[in-house]
Design a protein around this ligand. Structure first.
Ligand SMILES: [Zn+2]
Ligand SMILES: [Zn+2]
Length: 372
């Protein structure tokens, strides 16, 4: 009898996860199957399960196999796969980290080295591939061409789960957006992306790192990760007052760079007004459909705002992020961002408690992870 694994599937109709047993995929010669050991609950997963940007007329989706902030061990290895993507020997049982998407290596974007922008990089949906295969599952299939690296020995799973999404994503944004030495940076949102962004901006030579959020505990964590100033939106509840704060903190100039990792249109409208003349606005958060902003484009032109938008990253960033976490483990508490752990059986509870807009939200959660 073929091997089976437990998999969480999201149903729009019931707004619940259901656990099902699905076959474990047998890898072809060039493929790898990973036994998932831990997966972080990302804000983007919560946007999807909450149905942000959708209404009663939106068609029912799925069931959906989701979860991408994962790490694990090599379960089975195609016989042609001998090494990881840095040519280090790879065998079953090795702990690994990897991007959760699959650049095709042979399209207009890929041949230009833009692997994070490959149009063919998406995972195959559950409807077309009914195997145990997602972050909220016991197994994940790395189809060809895949990219994979050994996990650093000194970093535990809870340090690694968000590396392939939250951390890699902000590193990509700051690499492309290019922090200059002494830049004043605004970070809108102090969830995992914002906390990582704070430490990365600090490490890349920022002067002021101003972090904005509504939870004091998150802002306290941001301070431990290099924030020089914080703005609590519960205390300063007018957008204009917060914009004024940023100008006060930057000698009336405005931020050189603002990075948005909240994902609501009003936050973007506000942040665009926090940057200086010819400042840069780096947009990551708006991953829900129908996120329309209302802004005078003449303002953007007259202020010469450089706005750049990001989704995914180039895969070489993954081992660099692992190096960063190891190198800064004594300096920033980034390896302990996971505050809560749940079994796969308790995935509904994990999502309810993690949803900061839900009535059962547990405000003490910085990042929750599932251990399938
Ligand atoms: Zn994510
Ligand atoms: Zn491609």
């Amino acid at each position: 009898m073929s091997e089976k694994g437990l998999s969480g599937l999201w149903y729009d109709k019931t707004k619940k996860w259901e656990l099902v047993e699905l076959p474990v995929y047998q890898p072809d010669d060039d493929e790898i199957v990973v036994r998932v050991t831990a997966t972080g609950i990302c804000g983007s997963d919560l946007h999807i399960t909450r149905g942000d940007g959708r209404d009663e007329n939106s068609p029912e989706r799925g069931p959906l196999a989701m979860g991408h902030e994962m790490t694990g061990i090599v379960h089975s290895l195609g016989k042609k796969v001998k090494t990881d993507s840095l040519k280090k020997s790879l065998k079953e049982g090795d702990r690994v980290i990897f991007p959760f998407f699959f650049p095709c290596i042979s399209c207009y974007n890929c041949i230009r080295g833009e692997f994070g922008a490959c149009k063919y990089r998406s995972r195959i949906p559950y409807a077309d591939f009914k195997y145990c295969n997602s972050g909220y599952s016991q197994y994940f299939v790395l189809r060809k061409p895949h990219i994979i690296f050994h996990s650093p020995k000194n970093l535990q799973d809870d340090a690694l789960v968000s590396l392939n999404c939250a951390l890699a994503q902000v590193v990509e944004a700051f690499n492309v957006g290019k922090i200059n030495f002494g830049d004043n940076i605004v970070i809108q949102g102090a969830g995992a992306l914002g906390i990582y962004a704070t430490a990365v901006a600090r490490s890349m030579g920022a002067n002021e790192v101003i972090v904005i959020d509504g939870h004091e505990s998150r802002l306290e964590l941001a301070k431990k990760c290099g924030a020089s100033k914080t703005i609590n939106i519960s205390d300063i509840n007018s957008a204009q007052d917060r914009i004024d704060c940023v100008f006060d903190f930057t000698d009336g100039i405005g931020a050189d760079i603002a990075l948005e990792v909240v994902g609501f249109p009003a936050v973007v409208e506000e942040g665009l007004k926090m940057v200086r003349m010819r400042g840069k606005y780096l947009e990551i958060g708006s991953i829900a459909e129908n996120s329309f902003i209302n802004i005078d484009t003449n303002y953007l032109v007259s202020q010469q705002i450089r706005m750049t938008n990001f989704q995914h990253y180039d895969p070489w960033i993954i081992p660099k992020c692992a190096d960063f976490l190891e190198r800064t483990s004594d300096r920033f508490p980034l390896t302990s961002l996971v505050s809560h752990r749940f079994k796969l059986e308790d995935i509904n509870e994990a999502f309810e408690k993690s949803d900061w807009l839900g009535e059962n939200a547990d405000k003490t959660i910085t990042r929750a992870m599932i251990e399938p």
